[in-house]
Each structure stands twice: as structure tokens, then as C-alpha cells.
Design a binder for this molecule. Structure first.
Ligand SMILES: Cc1cc2nc3c(=O)[nH]c(=O)nc-3n(C[C@H](O)[C@H](O)[C@H](O)COP(=O)(O)OP(=O)(O)OC[C@H]3O[C@@H](n4cnc5c(N)ncnc54)[C@H](O)[C@@H]3O)c2cc1C
Length: 383
């Protein structure tokens, strides 16, 4: 059974590292980078150049999975062929697609051309280099950073940048740059309860971040953005660097006559995370539109759910190879933590009987770190 796993992010790597050498399974992991990126820590790389990668090869030891480094260009579900940029076409019997998401610019004029994303290591490097240039002493242009989108990624990024701003300003004796957080919705971090959100909001205010909620980003240019308030008033904000974290959509690699897509281009999957019309294909992580059977709501696009889906799929591949029945996916949200720069965070942890324990400060930071340690342990990172 020729098995291809596409992508070594949270979902794909979780699936691959659950495998064991199994006669007839023959799994290959195809990934464009020789390393796994802790995407949930990219904001730290952007502000502080923190190392957020792990080499893949040692993680696959003892799994029977071969690593094939290549950039996937498309997947033809009808022909059962994966095309690689170097010209190869790989066929499969079973496929796991875990290629993550791409930034959604919502066709806002100029945004895709002028904004930096925060999806890859190269994006983090670009932001890090900008901040260094701003503090180089001979920088004459606009120093403002405008971040669009006040969800998890945007808030984690602005707080980390604010910390770096304070450090560099003290160290170099130069004034701080201004940070604007622009959000079309009425509040930051809409996924959090009010008390945690208010705490996060106060932290952002203490950093001096300009929080523009209820401001829709209308247009981006090389050195400014235009925003519009809910009353229709338009303003321009000068920007040395524009960063867009305001939306994602599933990466668009799959082609198939019978393929169904949902909102944000996500691929509709069944309770086993397979495409119903192509049952030999599992889709996991940000690309998949899985439904929570308890409330019929779409499962959120987060690393913790991507990891759960990947682990289950790894186990289901082993079951398939033994001719056993597949296990259905039951999502569970263990908690949610948002880092607010340095050792500060807010969030909540799930307790029995559907209770939530809210946390702020250092304890929340430790919980956030603990989720990363759990992830590292789950993929068998050699200590
Ligand atoms: C700054 C930031 C902070 C975040 N914080 C959190 C958080 O605190 N908690 C949380 O739960 N979630 C968080 N998220 C969201 C989380 O990172 C995603 O939900 C998660 O990465 C999705 O996992 P995935 O496996 O679907 O995709 P990814 O982790 O993005 O993996 C996709 C993989 O596919 C590879 N790939 C893509 N295209 C190709 C190609 N053409 N050819 C070959 N390989 C390819 C990529 O290199 C990558 O390895 C954050 C995201 C960001 C950007």
C-alpha cells in the first residue's frame, strides 16, 4: 500500500511519527523543508530571531517513514497522482494531505503586494530584519509597524514586537517605533472570554500599542494603509512595515471533479477525516473542514486540533494496513493560551465537567510552554 503523507507541519508530522515499520505500508513523507516549523512560535522568531525549527530526519527514526524533500505543486485526486516541482509525478494508494493554510488577503487592494505575512520562517526573518534596520541609527524612513488582524497571531506578534522595541530603545538610546493593531471587528481576540480579553487589552495598552478595533483595512500601499471606521470615516496610517495576519484559507493543491470545499476553501471530510468522494484520501489540519459531532460546528484551525487529527490518522493508517475498522475523530479542546510577550500570557485550561480554569500572567505562560513540550514529546523529539 503506497502511502504518501504531504506536509510535515503539526498534522502531517503527527501522522508520520505515529507510524511503525509495517509490512506493505511503505510510507513516504513529502515536505518542502528539511525541518519542522513551530508555526505557533513564529512571532517569537519575528521579534527575537528565536530558533523555531526541528530537523525532520531524526524524528522519523523507527517509524519506517522515508523523507522526500520536494515542493508539491498539485494533487490530482482522479488520477491519484501528486506532482512535485522538480517534474516528478508520484502515485499513491493512500494519501494524507496536511499542507496547512495560506494567507487570505480578502482581495483588499494592494495588501498582497505590500504586506508581509507570518506563515513561514522567511516572513519572520523579514520582520526581524526590518526592526533591526529601524534601530540601525541611519534609518530615515517611516518606522511605524501596522499589523492587520487582532486574532491570536496578530496579538502575539504585536506584544512580542513591543517587548523587542523596549529592549532596543533602552540599549541603543533611540526612540521606540509605533505599533498599530488594526481590526475590522469590534474587539481583539474574539475567541477569548471577556475577562481574559480585557486583561490582554490592558497589557497591549501598557505597551503603548495603538489598538484600532472597528477599523477595516481598505487599501495598502508601499508606505501607508487606509482604514475605515464603522461610521465610514477613512484615515491613512503611515507604515514602514505592514503585516497581515487577518485571515487564512486552505492551501489550494487538490483537484478532483467530485471534491467539495467549504468556507475558506477547506476540504470537507467525514468522521474519519477522509474525503467522502475519495475515501483513500485523508485531509488533516488547517486544510480540513472536520465537523465536531457534539455541536455540528467546524473544528477550529489550530495546532492542537491539527496534532490530534494527525495522530489519529497515523493510527488509522496502521489499522488500515491490518484490515481493521477505522476510529472516528472526536475533537477535544484542552485549552487556549495567548502569549503577550516575554513571560506574560492569558488563557484557559479545560477542567472536568466542561469547566474552564482561566489563567493570566506567569502561570498562563507556563501552560502555553507546556503545550509545546507536550507536542515535542508526542513527536518523539530526541532529548
Ligand atoms: C504566529 C502564529 C501563532 C499561532 N499560535 C497558535 C497557538 O498558540 N495555538 C494553536 O493551536 N495554533 C496556533 N497557530 C495556528 C497553527 O500554527 C496552525 O493551526 C497549524 O500550524 C496548522 O497545522 P497544519 O499541520 O495544518 O499546517 P502547518 O503547520 O502549516 O504545516 C503545513 C506543512 O506543509 C508544508 N508545505 C506547505 N506547502 C507545501 C508544498 N507546496 N510542498 C511541500 N510542503 C509544503 C509546510 O512547509 C508545512 O511543514 C498559530 C499560527 C501562527 C502563524
Amino acid at each position: 500500500m503506497k502511502t504518501l503523507i504531504l506536509g510535515a507541519g503539526y498534522a502531517g508530522l503527527a501522522a508520520a511519527t505515529k507510524l511503525k515499520p509495517t509490512p506493505g505500508l511503505d510510507p513516504v513523507l513529502i515536505e518542502q523543508n528539511p525541518y519542522h516549523v513551530f508555526e505557533t512560535r513564529l512571532h517569537e522568531a519575528a521579534a527575537h530571531n528565536t530558533k523555531v525549527t526541528l530537523p525532520l530526519q531524526p524524528l522519523l527514526k523507527g517509524t519506517g517513514v522515508k523523507l522526500d524533500l520536494g515542493r508539491i505543486t498539485s494533487v490530482d485526486l482522479d488520477r491519484k497522482v501528486v506532482s512535485i516541482k522538480d517534474g516528478r509525478e508520484l502515485s499513491y494508494d493512500t494519501l494524507v494531505v496536511a499542507l496547512g493554510s495560506v494567507t487570505n488577503f480578502y482581495r483588499i487592494p494592494g495588501l498582497a503586494d505590500h504586506a508581509t505575512e507570518l506563515k513561514e520562517l522567511a516572513d519572520a526573518d523579514e520582520i526581524y530584519n526590518f526592526v533591526n534596520r529601524v534601530y540601525s541609527g541611519d534609518y530615515q524612513e517611516c518606522r511605524n509597524i501596522v499589523v492587520g488582524g487582532a486574532g491570536l497571531t496578530g496579538v502575539e506578534l504585536v506584544t512580542e514586537l513591543a517587548q523587542r522595541n523596549e529592549q532596543l530603545s533602552k540599549a541603543r538610546g533611540l526612540p521606540k517605533f509605533e505599533i498599530y493593531l488594526v481590526e475590522a471587528g469590534p474587539k481583539i481576540l474574539p475567541v477569548l472570554d471577556d475577562n481574559l480579553r480585557n486583561k490582554a487589552q490592558r497589557t497591549l495598552e501598557e505597551y503603548g500599542i495603538h489598538i484600532l478595533v472597528g477599523h477595516r483595512l481598505m487599501e495598502a500601499g508601499p508606505d501607508r494603509v487606509t482604514v475605515q471606521t464603522q461610521t465610514g470615516e477613512q484615515k491613512e496610517i503611515e507604515a514602514g512595515k505592514i503585516i497581515w495576519t487577518g485571515g487564512i484559507q486552505a492551501a489550494d493543491f487538490l483537484q478532483g471533479e467530485k471534491l467539495q470545499r467549504g468556507p475558506a476553501n477547506r476540504v470537507v471530510v467525514d468522521e474519519y477525516l477522509r474525503i467522502p468522494e475519495y475515501p483513500e484520501v485523508f485531509v488533516v489540519g488547517d486544510m480540513a473542514l472536520a465537523t465536531d459531532p457534539r455541536n455540528q460546528k467546524p473544528v477550529p484551525t489550530t495546532a492542537q486540533h491539527a496534532g490530534q487529527q494527525g495522530r489519529l490518522t497515523g493510527k488509522n493508517l496502521l489499522r488500515l494496513s491490518r484490515g481493521e475498522k477505522l476510529e472516528a475523530y472526536e475533537p477535544s479542546t484542552m485549552g487556549e493560551f495567548v502569549s503577550l510577550g516575554g513571560l506574560m500570557a492569558v488563557g484557559w485550561m479545560k477542567l472536568p465537567w466542561n469547566q474552564k480554569l482561566a489563567m493570566t500572567g506567569g502561570m498562563a505562560h507556563v501552560m502555553k510552554r507546556a503545550s509545546e513540550w507536550r507536542w515535542r514529546a508526542s513527536i518523539g523529539e530526541p532529548l
